[in-house]
Design a protein around this ligand. Structure first.
Ligand code: FES
Length: 68
């Protein structure tokens, strides 16, 4: 697991064998600036198997995704 805190309170944690967890006030936008989602805890897919990219939908478990 790797963690990173920056000065605006957003904490990003790479979960072992799973998604990237973002904790703190955060939002995800399209390149156009259109808001996709915002919240205090979001999970981003890093296995490429999610049907709801860029968010994790749990598919990494069925896919057997392995990464530190
Ligand atoms: S990391 Fe969970 S679906 Fe990809």
């Amino acid at each position: 697991m790797q963690t990173n805190d920056n000065n605006n309170g957003l904490k990003i944690t790479v979960l072992k064998n799973g998604p990237i967890m973002m904790e703190g006030s955060c939002k995800v936008e399209k390149q156009s600036g259109e808001l996709i989602k915002e919240g205090d805890k979001l999970f981003l897919c890093r296995c490429s198997h999610s049907s709801n990219k860029p968010f994790c939908d749990g598919a990494h478990k069925k896919a057997g995704f392995i990464a530190d």
